[in-house]
Design a protein around this ligand. Structure first.
Ligand SMILES: Cc1cc2nc3c(=O)[nH]c(=O)nc-3n(C[C@H](O)[C@H](O)[C@H](O)COP(=O)(O)OP(=O)(O)OC[C@H]3O[C@@H](n4cnc5c(N)ncnc54)[C@H](O)[C@@H]3O)c2cc1C
Length: 367
C-alpha cells in the first residue's frame, strides 16, 4: 500500500519513540505528519541538556532551553512515563500504559534524575542558583564537560567566589584529546579555580551546610560552603536489562546497532543517540544525525521500500566545543584544538538554544 493511500485511510504505521532527548525529540517531530507517532519520555519536556549549567547561574535562561514536548509534537501522542519493557508489538510503561507499535526507536541516552514537570525543573534551577549565590566557596566534583562548564560559568559570573574542582582523572575533559584538557586547565587556573587532578572526594562523608570540610583521596582538606556533583550520568539502558534486548547491550550498556541504525538482529527496532554502541563521540549533533538517518529509513520501510534501499550511517569525526563562561570556549575540531573567543562565538553566548528552538519549529525567544 502506498503512503498516500495509507494516510487517507487513517492507517498510518505506528512509530513509538522511547526517550525525549535531542535524538528522540527530533525524530518524533520529523515523523509526526507521516506516521502515527508516540513519544514516551520520563518527563513532559525536552531539555537542551548542556544549557543547564548556564541556567544554574541565570535561571531565566531555562525558559528557552526547557521546552514542553507538546509545543513541537503537535500531531502525535506524548506519554510521560518510563518505558519498562516491550513485547514484539507493544511498549509497557511504568504508569500501566500499553502502546502498540509497528516500529520502535530507542533513544534513552542517559538517565538523569530530573523532575517530571517543567515547572519543577525551572524551580530546581532557581534553588541551585540560590545555593551558588549564598556560598562564598564552592566545590565541584568531576572534571568532565559538566564540571568544567559549571566551573566556567561560576568563575565568569561570580569571580569573587572560591571555586575548587576535583577530578579523579589525570586530565580534564577526557572525552576529547589531551590538548583541550591542558588548555582548559590553564584557563581555569587563570580564573583562580583551584583544580585538583588525580583525586576523589569521599561523597559519603559530605554533609552540605555552611562551611563543610571535604577530604580528598590524597588527604587534602577543602573548605567549601557547598558542592556540586558532576560525575556523569548512567547510560539509560538499565530498563533494557529486563527485555529481550538484554543480549544486545555491549559491556558499557550500549545498544549494538547495524549500519542502518537498527538494533542488531531486529527488523523493526532502531536505536539513536548516546545509547548506541557506535564508535564515535557522543554528542547532541550526532544524535540529530542519527535521527535524520532513521527518519529516512523509516520512510522507506513505511512506504513499502526495500530494506536494501535504507540509508547507511557513517560515524562522525570527534568534534566538540566545551563552553568556558559566556564568551569563551575550548573546541576540538578534526585537525585542531583551540581555546578562547572563536569557540565562544560559536557556542558559549547562546549555547545553540535559539538554533535548536528554531529547528523544533519554535521562536528563538520566548515572550
Ligand atoms: C556539559 C555537556 C555539554 C555538552 N555540550 C554539547 C554541545 O555543545 N553540543 C552537542 O551536540 N552535544 C553536547 N553534549 C552532549 C549531548 O548532551 C548528548 O550527546 C545528547 O544529549 C544525547 O542525546 P540523546 O537524545 O541520545 O540522549 P539524552 O539527551 O540523554 O536523552 C535521553 C532521554 O531519554 C529519557 N529516558 C531515559 N530512560 C527512559 C525510559 N526508560 N523511558 C522513557 N524515557 C527515558 C530521558 O528522560 C531523556 O529525556 C554535551 C553534554 C554535556 C554533559
Amino acid at each position: 500500500m502506498g503512503k498516500q493511500q495509507q494516510e487517507s485511510e487513517g492507517s498510518r504505521r505506528k512509530v513509538v519513540v522511547i526517550g525525549g532527548g535531542i535524538g528522540g525529540s527530533f525524530l518524533a517531530k520529523s515523523l509526526q505528519f507521516i506516521a502515527d507517532v508516540t513519544l514516551i519520555d520520563s518527563k513532559e519536556y525536552f531539555e537542551i541538556t548542556w544549557a543547564s549549567l548556564r541556567a544554574m547561574v541565570e535561571p531565566p535562561f531555562a525558559e528557552r532551553s526547557v521546552v514542553y514536548h507538546k509545543d513541537y509534537i503537535v500531531n502525535g501522542r506524548i506519554v510521560t512515563s518510563d518505558a519498562i519493557n516491550f513485547t514484539e508489538n507493544e511498549v509497557l510503561t511504568e504508569d500501566g500504559n500499553r502502546i502498540a507499535y509497528d516500529y520502535l526507536v530507542i533513544a534513552t541516552g542517559h538517565k538523569d534524575p530530573v523532575p517530571e514537570s517543567r515547572s519543577e525543573r525551572l524551580d530546581q534551577f532557581k534553588t541551585e542558583n540560590q545555593k551558588i549565590k549564598s556560598a562564598q566557596s564552592i566545590l565541584i566534583v568531576g572534571g568532565g564537560p559538566t564540571g568544567v562548564e559549571l566551573a566556567g560559568e561560576i568563575a565568569v559570573d561570580f569571580p569573587d567566589k572560591k571555586v575548587t574542582l576535583v577530578h579523579k582523572g589525570s586530565r580534564l575533559l577526557e572525552f576529547i584529546g589531551p590538548k583541550a584538557g591542558h588548555k582548559t586547565l590553564d584557563w581555569l587556573v587563570a580564573k583562580n579555580v583551584d583544580v585538583k587532578l588525580g583525586q576523589t572526594v569521599d561523597l559519603n562523608s559530605i554533609s552540605d551546610g555552611g562551611g563543610n570540610t571535604y577530604v580528598t583521596s590524597a588527604g587534602e582538606s577543602i573548605k567549601a560552603d557547598c558542592h556540586f556533583l558532576c560525575t556523569g550520568k548512567p547510560v539509560g539502558s538499565g530498563w533494557l536489562k529486563d527485555t529481550t534486548l538484554k543480549n544486545n547491550l555491549d559491556s558499557h550498556g550500549r545498544l549494538m546497532v547495524d549500519e542502518n541504525l537498527r538494533v542488531k538482529g531486529q527488523k523493526n527496532i532502531f536505536a539513536i543517540g548516546d545509547i548506541t554502541d557506535i564508535a564515535e563521540i557522543k554528542q547532541g549533533y550526532v544524535a540529530k544525525k542519527h535521527a535524520s538517518v532513521v527518519t529516512n529509513n523509516l520512510k522507506i520501510l513505511m512506504s513499502g521500500g526495500k530494506e536494501g534501499k535504507m540509508e547507511t550511517y557513517r560515524p562522525q569525526a570527534a568534534m566538540a566545543i566545551v563552553s568556558l563562561g559566556r564568551k569563551e570556549g575550548v573546541a576540538q575540531f578534526p585537525f585542531m584544538t583551540t581555546i578562547g573567543c572563536i569557540p565562544g562565538l560559536i557556542k558559549s553566548k547562546d549555547l545553540f538554544v535559539g538554533r535548536t528552538r528554531k529547528e523544533l519549529g519554535l521562536q528563538s525567544k520566548v515572550n
